[in-house]
Ligand binder design. Structure first.
Ligand code: NOJ
Length: 477
C-alpha cells in the first residue's frame, strides 16, 4: 500500500559540501575553510556552486517529484562574529532557498548545524569549549526567527558522533586531533548545544517540530554468548546511545558515563547543563543509514579507528576499542568502494529497534551510495545506485508495515557534492554535477527512477526480498 500523502520524499545536501562561495557576501571562514586552506587539501571553496545554482537545483527537485528538500544553514554565513552580529546577506540567501521551495511545493527540512563551525569559535577550542555550545543557542534562535514562519521541520545538529569522532579522536577531520578527552568534551558540548537549540525553539513558540540527525549504526553480535552481548552494549553506547538516548530521554547512558569516569575528566558535565539536556528533548529522530556493524568481544590489540577514505575497494575500516568491542565483517556481504558494508536488512532491524526503544517519529534523513562516476552529457546509468536505494526503501517500507512511524526518506544526496576528505570524486547525487566551469547539472538514471518511486508512494518498489523470511543474524569473522 502506498505511503501517505504527507510522507516526505526528497534529497539532502549540506552547506559546506555544496554551496561554494566560501567568502561571498559577508560570509566569514568556517573551520573547514581555514583548516583545508592551511593544509592545502582539496576543499569546497566552489563545490557544486549551489550558491549560484540554487534555483535550478530546486527546479530539478520539483521536476523529480520531490516533496521535500533537506539542506543546512551555514553558521559562518549567518553570524559574523562572537558578538552574534547577523549577516543579512546570509539570511537573504536562505530566504531565496526557502521561498523557491514554497513556490515549488517542496517542504524545507532544515538542519541548523552540519559541521561548518565559524573559525572565530574554532580558535577558542571549537566544540571542546562549552562557550561554543552556549553560542549555538543564539545562532539557532536567529534562524528560527528569520525562517520559522515558513519552515516546519528543524534539525538542531547533523551527526554529532561523526564529526566529533573524526575531528577529535580519529584525527582526519578538522581540527585533526587525536585525543579521547577532547572527544568526550566535544561530544558532551554538542549534545548540550542540541538541547539549547530545542530550548530556543520551544521558548520562541515556533510552529512545527524539531529533531536531531544521527549517523545510525545498528549493532549485531556474532553470537548469543554473554561476552558478545556485552560487546554489543559497548558498541551500541559508542555508536548510537550517547546521541539517541540523550536526545530523546535527556540522559546519557549511565553505564557509559560510569565507565568513562574511571579514566576521563567529566567535569564539563555540570548539573545545570545536565538539567538543560533533561528538559529539552527532541520531537523526532532523523537517522542517516549507510551501514550496520557486527562486533565481537574485544580480544587483543590496541584501540584502532580506521576508515577507508581512498575509495580503493579492498580496504576496510576497522573500529576496535580496547576492552570494549572489536568490529568484524561478514565475508558474504557486499561492500562499496569505500569499504562500507551494504546491508539493507540492518535498516529494517535498526528502524524497528529505534522505534521500539524511543517511540518518536522517524525519518531516514540520509541514505545513498558514493561511487566514482564520470559526468558527461549523457545521464550516468547508475543501476548500482538504483539497486542500493531500492533495497533500502524496501526495508523501510517493511518496517512501516510492522508499525514503525516513518515520516520521510531523503536520498543522500540531491546532487553531487564535496564528500569531506574524500573530495568531489566520491559522488552520491541523483543529479550529476559536471567538472566544468558551468557545473552543469546532469540528472542520472536514479533521478528518473526515484521520481517513479515518489509518484507511486513506494508501490513500485520490489518488496519480495525481505517479506517472508526473518533475516538470520550474520555469521561474521
Ligand atoms: C553523512 C553526512 O551527514 C554527510 O555530510 C556525508 O557526506 C554523508 N553522510 C556521506 O558520507
Amino acid at each position: 500500500m502506498a505511503v501517505d500523502k504527507g510522507f516526505l520524499w526528497g534529497g539532502a545536501t549540506a552547506s559546506y559540501q555544496c554551496e561554494g562561495a566560501w567568502d561571498a557576501d559577508g560570509k566569514v571562514p568556517s573551520n573547514w575553510d581555514w583548516w583545508l586552506h592551511e593544509r592545502e587539501l582539496p576543499n569546497a571553496d566552489v563545490a557544486s556552486d549551489h550558491y549560484h545554482h540554487v534555483l535550478e537545483d530546486i527546479a530539478l527537485a520539483k521536476e523529480g517529484g520531490h516533496t521535500a528538500y533537506r539542506f543546512s544553514l551555514s553558521w559562518p554565513r549567518i553570524i559574523k562574529d562572537r558578538e552574534g552580529t547577523v549577516n543579512e546577506a546570509g539570511i537573504a540567501f536562505y530566504n531565496k532557498i526557502i521561498d523557491a521551495c514554497a513556490e515549488a511545493g517542496i517542504e524545507p527540512f532544515v538542519t541548523v548545524f552540519h559541521w561548518d563551525l565559524p573559525m572565530y569559535w574554532e580558535e577558542l577550542g571549537g566544540w571542546t569549549n562549552t562557550q561554543t555550545a552556549l553560542a549555538f543557542e543564539h545562532y539557532a534562535r536567529v534562524c528560527y526567527e528569520a525562517f520559522g514562519d515558513r519552515v516546519r521541520s528543524w534539525v538542531t545538529i547533523n551527526e554529532p558522533k561523526w564529526f566529533t569522532s573524526r575531528g577529535y579522536l580519529v584525527g582526519d577531520y578538522p581540527p585533526f586531533h587525536q585525543n579521547a578527552q577532547e572527544y568526550i568534551q566535544a561530544g558532551f558540548n554538542i549534545m548540550l548545544a542540541s538541547a539549547l537549540g530545542v530550548k530556543a525553539f520551544r521558548e520562541g513558540g515556533f510552529e512545527g517540530s524539531i529533531g536531531i540527525v544521527h549517523s545510525y549504526t545498528p549493532v549485531y553480535g556474532i553470537d548469543d554468548t554473554i561476552e558478545s552481548q556485552i560487546a554489543v552494549r559497548y558498541a551500541d553506547n559508542f555508536n548510537n546511545n550517547w546521541v539517541l538516548d540523550t536526545a530523546v530521554f535527556g540522559e546519557f547512558p549511565i553505564d557509559l558515563v560510569t565507565e568513562l569516569s574511571r579514566t576521563y575528566d567529566l567535569s564539563c558535565m555540570k548539573p545545570e547543563y545536565l538539567r538543560i539536556i533533561k528538559a529539552n528533548t527532541v520531537d523526532f529522530l532523523g537517522l542517516n543509514y549507510y551501514s550496520s556493524t557486527d562486533v565481537k568481544a574485544w580480544t587483543e590489540g590496541e584501540t584502532t579507528l580506521r576508515f577507508n577514505t581512498s575509495g580503493k575497494g579492498g580496504e576496510r575500516g576497522k573500529i576496535m576499542v580496547k576492552g570494549w568491542f572489536e568490529q568484524v565483517y561478514n565475508p558474504h556481504h557486499k561492500f562499496t568502494d569505500w569499504g562500507m558494508e551494504i546491508y539493507p536488512e540492518g535498516l529494517y532491524h535498526g528502524l524497528k529497534k529505534a522505534f521500539d526503544k524511543y517511540h518518536v517519529p522517524l525519518y531516514i534523513s540520509e541514505n545513498g551510495i558514493g561511487c566514482y562516476e564520470d559526468i558527461v552529457d549523457e545521464p550516468v546509468h547508475d543501476d548500482y545506485r538504483i539497486s542500493f536505494l531500492q533495497d533500502h526503501i524496501a526495508a523501510m517500507l517493511d518496517a512501516m508495515d510492522d508499525g514503525v512511524d516513518m515520516r520521510g526518506y531523503f536520498v543522500w544526496s540531491l546532487f553531487d557534492l564535496y564528500s569531506w576528505i574524500s573530495g568531489m570524486e566520491k559522488r552520491y547525487g541523483l543529479i550529476g554535477v559536471a567538472d566544468d566551469e558551468e557545473h552543469r547539472r546532469v540528472p542520472k538514471d536514479s533521478f528518473t527512477w526515484f521520481k517513479r518511486v515518489i509518484e507511486t508512494g513506494g508501490d513500485c518498489i520490489d518488496r519480495s526480498q525481505y517479506k517472508d523470511e526473518p533475516v538470520a543474524s550474520p555469521e561474521s569473522a
